[in-house]
Design a protein around this ligand. Structure first.
Ligand code: FDA
Length: 393
């Protein structure tokens, strides 16, 4: 039976980073991947350009039952460390917005970087290889594979979360956690579009495709100011994806379509300047035309703007800047960029990602209950947690 030091399950962002680091320490490493190519999620990320980190990444950008858990790994391998690695590979990059760094070329460059880093350290990559089971005895682990079992002293579970099942996502990490008695925080789709109920969808369907560049979206005490998009199913766009990670079924989401704009004042000025214009025409100076029309239709407002009292203008302002919705749900794992929840961090050492009760077993990346905001934070968690495990596995 083949014997190695480390088996990494999953050739994604976290697994490949970990394999490279463990290899650097002289550990013999095999990376098991059931897909036919490594880093498939990296390939499709950031619209094909991979938003590989964020200049401002810090613990505040992550959601977890234990918000302090990510601090150690994020400090040990920072966004600047990853940028140094990217620069060493001669990959050109740019900041798009809000500290988000993208490749100038293609996300394949990041995959190539990781494959090079791990293979030049001797790590072996086995593609199209599903893991059928893991056993543990006093001497280590046995990982069952189609070509025969492999023995190792450390297993690093880097098999990701449940998002985008058609790309090969599986619940393997949770199965392994259950097998070894490690807790799991209930999972849910995150960074995912929100959906409307049937009645609301019928009313808002004509708005599909309409975007608002700078909306403000709030759920409880959490607020994001970014773009918003009406879809065939509900709402999407960065502001909605961000808030979706905080939203729980039944909760209300408050939307401001023109945050910081004195809508009442603007409408009064429009009424004084040209009282014969339709209210939606006046609104179209502030919002996309279709949206302006839908808002006045929904509020039952017609005629000339001169006919509207201040109270009616306030009503329009409320509809624009304090729109309250209770989403019917989310689009689910089918389109979610990440899985929130996962391996309970109480069961892991925050410096090494090793299971407290199972020496030699590590969990890293998206499988763990650490979920980043949109904007390169999830890859940074994959690099930081993968690097940390790579120092110890
Ligand atoms: P990841 O899912 O990358 O890797 C897990 C690997 O394990 C996969 O290769 C999988 O095939 C393999 N595997 C699963 N089950 C297995 C089994 N049973 N046996 C063997 N192998 C198995 N983040 C970001 O920071 N910037 C961005 O631009 C984007 N963009 C983006 C776009 C889209 C469309 C999605 C879906 C997601 C993003 N993300 C993102 C999120 C980011 O892709 C995600 O957080 C990381 O890929 C997580 O890295 P992991 O290595 O933990 O899992």
């Amino acid at each position: 039976m083949q014997q190695v030091d480390v088996i990494v399950i999953g050739a994604g962002a976290a697994g490949m980073m970990c394999a490279a680091e463990a290899g650097k320490r002289g550990r013999s490493v095999v990376v098991i991947e059931h897909a036919r190519a490594p880093g498939e999620k990296i390939r499709i990320s950031g619209g094909g350009r991979c938003n590989f980190t964020n200049l401002n990444a810090g613990p505040a950008n992550y959601i977890s039952e234990n918000p302090r858990f990510c601090i150690s790994a994020l400090r040990r391998f920072t966004q600047h460390d990853f940028i140094t690695l990217v620069d060493r590979h001669g990959i050109a990059w740019h900041e798009k917005t809000l500290g988000q760094l993208f490749c100038d070329g293609s996300s394949q460059q990041i995959i190539d970087l990781l494959v090079k880093e791990m293979t030049r350290r001797g790590a072996e990559l086995r593609l199209a290889t599903p893991v059928s089971g893991i056993d543990r005895d006093a001497d280590g682990f046995t990982v069952a594979l189609p070509g025969g079992a492999v023995r190792c002293s450390s297993v690093v579970v880097a098999s990701g979360g449940l998002s985008i099942p058609k790309m090969g996502a599986t619940g393997l990490a949770y199965d392994i956690a259950r097998q070894f008695g490690i807790g799991i925080v209930p999972t849910r789709p995150a960074l995912v579009p929100l959906t409307f109920d049937h009645a609301m969808l019928e009313r808002l369907k004509p708005l599909a495709g309409v975007a608002v560049d700078a909306a403000s979206v709030r759920c409880g005490k959490t607020r994001f100011d970014e773009a918003l998009l009406f879809t065939h199913r509900g709402l999407s766009g960065p502001a909605i994806l961000q808030i979706s990670s905080y939203w729980k079924p039944g909760e209300e989401v408050a939307v401001s379509l023109l945050p910081g704009t004195d809508v009442f004042g603007e409408l009064r000025a429009a009424r004084a300047a040209n009282g014969r214009q339709a209210p939606h025409t006046a609104l179209a100076a502030l919002l996309p035309k279709r949206l302006a029309q839908a808002i006045t239709d929904r509020e039952g407002i017609a005629g000339n703007i001169a006919d509207l009292s201040d109270k009616r203008l306030r009503q329009i302002e409320g509809a624009i800047n304090d729109w309250r919705i209770v989403p019917a749900g989310t689009e689910g794992y089918r389109t979610a960029e990440v899985t929130a929840g996962g391996i309970d961090t109480n069961g892991l050492d925050s410096r090494t990602m090793q299971a407290r009760t199972v020496p030699g077993l590590f969990f890293i990346g998206e499988a763990v209950d650490v979920t980043g905001w949109l904007g390169g934070f999830n890859f940074q968690w994959a690099w930081s947690s993968g690097w940390s495990a790579g120092q110890a596995a």
